[in-house]
Design a protein around this ligand. Structure first.
Ligand code: KIV
Ligand code: ZN
Length: 515
């Protein structure tokens, strides 16, 4: 079945979302899913249906809205998980159940406490139940890279007989090297009976910085699906970055000889959206989507580029979606133009009330900032949006004083559970004073793990986009806020994180009890 079509399986909404503090609301997941569909990904892993009722609902909504991509739910190899996944993808045009169980000696002995026969039995049973819901069933041997090859051959043979159509070989802990994974795929494709009847898939983590190199080596070894995330988002050092795999196969078609369905001009908009929603900012020197990825600083390079572009450029910035900021709307734009642009950007509006509220914020921004770009519109909805967020804390008023030689002070009024509460605090800087003041009222007892400010567009009238990551007894959340005043943006981000802490957490499929 080896063709030269490479299936792009995006797991930003599942493995990406397992990153600390990257949890998204249902509405945010829908926005990302719409953008992934626009990008042209073949399979969207929309979540882990058994994690929480919220995850189940998000997958079902994505399944009923997305038409062009296959919608997939992850499930551990047990009946309850598989049935939840099967139900969640029911509305999809094309739905997939992705079930997994660990196969390495260390995982079987210490995590599962199961022997090889028990693991094979659970996997086969899981595939058969999944096939009651869909023909499109994927099986993953978790920690496959540290698993014994003869055992992998045996379990893959059994799951293919039971009806699995895609076989995934994850490098769960990012331990592989390109040479090893290339050999692993070659061996499995040779030794597993009927290996030509299924699609082989790679799923690489980036702990040694080789996730993309390993995924590409797997493709050379025969993989025809890669599992990846936008910006390489994911637990620890992350997953393989979609944009890097896609552009490597395109620019070096001579080596990989595969094609994808990805519309590359949608890469940068996808990267921006995921970064805004999760608060995981992209480093400037990141390949393809980093702000400097196409900037030619040195005089020699600029000279070369001006004489002949290809002297220093192997791909064009505009081909991956970099364009000079597009002026979108202005002070005089009306409600209809505003709504139309939000729709085009995939920012779904739930009600007239929400549209009115956003329009007021847009007008207010347009008064302070003469030019409004797409990035500004995305930032307008910064902060967790949607029905699953309880807005316990709201900013009513903020005043900060900061003068050379004096201790900065913040005076603010918060609405907490509907009641206005004033407070004043000093701090080492205006932001520090503001956060201290909020904590006096909120008493969350959480630790600040990350505080990050990013200018959304160029110019000193740019909005500042702030991410605040809080850790409350091990639960980690990220809040976002945007404003032309970065102290206000910071306060909004802190309050967003506090509001997000009041919503329920969810189970992690790889570390929770299996049965
Ligand atoms: O890394 C991993 O092994 C996974 C599996 C659940 C596919 O994410
Ligand atoms: Zn993973």
């Amino acid at each position: 079945m080896t063709s030269n079509r490479l299936i792009i399986f995006d797991t930003t909404l599942r493995d990406g979302e397992q990153s600390p503090g990257a949890a998204m609301t249902k509405e945010e997941k829908l926005r990302v899913a719409r953008q992934l569909e626009r990008l042209g990904v073949d399979v969207i892993e929309a979540g882990f249906a058994a994690a929480s009722p919220g995850d189940f609902e998000a997958i079902s909504s994505i399944a009923s809205i997305i038409k062009d991509s296959t919608i997939c739910s992850l499930a551990r190899a047990n009946e309850k998980d598989i049935r939840r996944a099967g139900e969640a993808i029911k509305a999809a045009n094309r739905g997939r159940v992705h079930t997994f169980i660990a196969t390495s000696p260390i995982h079987m002995q210490y995590k599962l406490r199961m022997n090889e026969e028990q693991v094979i039995e659970a996997a086969v049973k899981a595939i058969k139940i999944a096939r009651e819901y869909t023909d499109d069933v994927e099986f993953s041997a978790e920690d496959a890279i540290r698993s014994e090859v003869p055992f992998l051959v045996r379990i893959f043979d059994e799951v293919i007989k039971a009806g699995a159509k895609t076989i995934n070989v994850p490098d769960t802990v990012g331990y592989s090297t390109p040479e090893l994974i290339y050999e692993r795929f070659k061996t499995l494709l040779e030794q597993v009976p009927n290996s030509d009847q299924v699609i082989w898939s790679a799923h690489c983590h980036n702990d040694l910085g080789m996730a993309v190199a390993n995924s590409l080596a797997a493709v050379r070894g025969g993989a025809r699906q890669v599992e990846c995330t936008i910006n390489g988002l994911g637990e620890r050092a992350g997953n393989a970055a979609l944009e890097e795999i896609v552009m490597a196969t395109r620019v070096r078609r001579d080596i990989y000889d595969v094609t994808t369905n990805i519309r590359t001009e949608e890469i940068v908009p996808s990267s921006r959206l995921v970064s805004t929603i999760t608060g995981y900012v992209v480093q400037p020197n990141k390949a393809i989507v980093g702000a400097n990825a196409f900037a030619h600083e040195s005089g020699i390079h600029q000279d070369g580029i001006l004489k002949h572009r290809e002297t220093y450029e192997i791909m064009r910035a505009e081909d991956v979606g970099w364009k000079t900021n597009k002026l979108t709307l202005g002070k005089l734009s009306g409600r209809a133009a505003f709504r139309a642009r939000l729709d085009e950007l995939g920012i779904g509006i739930e009600s007239d009330e929400q549209l009115n509220e956003l329009f007021v914020r847009f007008k207010d921004l347009a008064d302070r900032k003469s030019e409004i770009f797409d990035e500004d519109l995305h930032a307008l909805v910064a902060g967790h949006q949607g029905s699953d967020v309880i807005k316990r804390f709201e900013l009513v008023e903020l005043e900060v004083t900061s003068k050379t030689g004096q201790t900065p002070r913040a005076h603010l009024v918060l609405k907490i559970d509907g009641k206005d509460m004033p407070v004043s605090q000093s701090g080492s800087g205006p932001v520090d004073a503001t956060f201290k003041a909020i904590e006096v009222l909120a008493k969350s007892g959480s630790n600040l793990e990350l505080y990050q400010v990013n200018a959304i567009t160029s110019g000193t009238d740019s909005q500042g986009e702030v991410a605040v990551r809080l850790n409350q007894n091990g639960r980690i959340v990220t809040g976002q806020g945007a404003d032309t005043d970065i102290v206000i943006a910071s306060a909004k981000a802190y309050l967003d994180a506090l509001n997000w802490l009041t919503t329920e957490g969810k189970a992690n499929p790889q570390t929770e009890e299996v049965m």
